[in-house]
Design a protein around this ligand. Structure first.
Ligand code: 4AD
Length: 447
């Protein structure tokens, strides 16, 4: 016999799981997904419900258990429940200290038998990546995605508190910022265009109208490497500041990292980070600073070599592995400063004391390596044009960028922070793909 929902719904307050505590001893209606079934007996059934705001233990009373249907209830099925919220004496780590004594259960969508058990104990990476839409329902992944959400919120808070404005630059661009083969080409109404690897130029042109600016935008890199810190699409937090010196830029970066760590640990993400990364300790100020030239000496002295077994020489790029070994040995954040101009972008400002060096800095963090790339920009119109010509670039495509130096230039600098790399550091997660909703990297494009 079908029992009417109306009989049970009267007086029930519709809540989300996070509101359980404030509704203790109240009659409520709550909907969600069956996370797992803990007990299934003839006259007692206990399961955990989740709705994204929390997890709630549900005790199905004996009358309801008699209604045969709910014995078929499977994990991942969706349900609407009515009942009384009660305090439970025992507190489990992920569960709230309250439970629902359920007297009416309405099945919304029945999931296949076993729910997502088929991926739970599976380590086969293709199966897991093809089923990412189900993997994200697991507790650990859900925690990481929640940390990501709070992290973005505190990053925005950091900027807004300091009167930066947020801008939304285009993702489809005409010009080549990185080397062309590192960019994705798109067909834009018959015109060849590119997916942006950085919004830097658009932030720079925003300075005269908005002052300091930032953006949170997707950046695209045609990375063929299968490294554990490279994605083909990633969330790029970029900022640009007017009327600053290189020293101001370093201070801004240190303040950014320390402030967002402080904020995120005080946010609801704090306990999640502690749970995922129990040994996490906020970085100490001031950050260690070393020049690129000193790093080359350090690598030699600590026997960190290139893949071919030789030592790095001044003027060579320090690749991921060597950079990470150095950072892991130093066990603290490092500002790696003043790279040679020959290995950096043409728009970076030169050092006054040595024209061959740039006012540039990478922030390296233990276990991850480079998390931020930053520099002061060439702000002199003629010098910038000369740099374009030396790189063989067609300045006509960049008139809007060079105009910024013509119509009221100023010393300025900025940076790009890889959100996923920061997250892997906060959560102590091995692979960058696991901190994305649906990662895009070579060989992985579904879902
Ligand atoms: O050092 P990058 O290439 O700097 C720029 O793009 C500048 N134009 C940014 C600016 O000054 N506005 O990239 C900045 C950061 C890196 O430090 C890294 O954290 C991240 O972006 N990043 C990647 N993250 C994931 N996958 C990739 N393939 C990445 N490439 C760069």
């Amino acid at each position: 016999m079908e029992i009417s929902e109306e009989l049970y719904s009267s007086g029930a307050k519709c809540i989300k799981i996070y509101q359980s505590k404030q509704n203790r001893d109240e009659r409520v209606k709550v909907s969600g997904w069956v996370h797992c079934i803990k007990k299934r007996e003839k006259d007692l059934m206990i399961f955990v419900l989740r709705d994204g705001t929390g997890y709630l233990q549900v005790v199905v009373d004996d009358k309801l258990c008699e209604i045969g249907n709910n014995f078929l209830l499977t994990p991942e099925s969706t349900v609407t429940l009515y009942g009384l919220i009660r305090k439970v004496p025992e507190i489990k780590s992920t569960l709230d200290s309250h439970e629902l004594i359920c007297d009416y259960l309405k099945l919304i969508g029945l999931a296949p038998a076993g729910g997502i058990d088929f991926i739970s104990n599976n380590k086969e990476s293709k199966l897991l990546s093809d089923n990412r839409h189900l993997v994200i329902r697991r507790e650990k992944t859900s925690k990481i995605l929640k940390v990501r959400s709070y992290l973005l919120q505190v990053i925005r808070d950091h900027y807004f508190e300091r009167k930066y404005h947020e801008v939304n630059p285009p993702s489809i661009i005409t010009y080549k910022m990185e080397e062309a083969d590192n960019m994705f080409k798109v067909d834009f109404f018959g015109e060849p265009m590119y997916l942006t690897p950085s919004s830097q130029f658009y932030l720079e042109i925003s300075l005269p109208t908005l002052g300091n600016v930032f953006c949170v935008a997707e950046s695209f890199r045609r990375e063929e490497t299968k490294s554990r810190r490279h994605l083909a699409e990633y969330t790029h937090v970029e900022a640009e500041c007017a009327f600053i010196t290189f020293n101001d830029l370093l201070n801004n970066l240190e303040e950014l990292i320390c402030d967002i760590v402080d904020k995120v640990m005080k946010s609801p993400a704090g306990p999640l980070i502690k749970d995922l990364n129990p040994n996490f300790t906020p970085p100490k100020r001031p950050f260690r600073q070393i020049d690129y030239a000193e790093a080359i000496i350090y690598l030699k002295e600590h026997d960190i070599k290139k893949e071919d077994g030789s030592y790095f020489e001044f003027g060579e790029d320090i690749p991921e592995m060597a950079e990470r070994k150095m950072t892991d040995q130093m066990k603290e954040p490092i500002f790696l400063c003043r790279f040679p101009a020959s290995i950096k972008m043409f728009h970076m400002k030169r050092c006054p004391e040595n024209e061959k060096l740039t006012q540039s800095v990478d922030l390296l963090l233990p276990n991850v390596g480079e998390v931020i790339g930053a520099s002061m920009r060439r702000d002199n119109y003629d010098e910038l044009l000369e740099a374009f010509h030396q790189d063989g670039l067609d300045t006509s495509l960049y008139y809007w960028y060079t105009d910024q130096r013509k119509f009221g230039t100023c010393p300025h600098g900025g940076y790009g922070l890889g959100l996923e790399r920061l997250l892997t550091w906060l959560c102590n997660w091995h692979h960058i793909k696991d901190v994305c909703l649906c990662p895009r990297l070579v060989g992985s494009f579904q879902p």
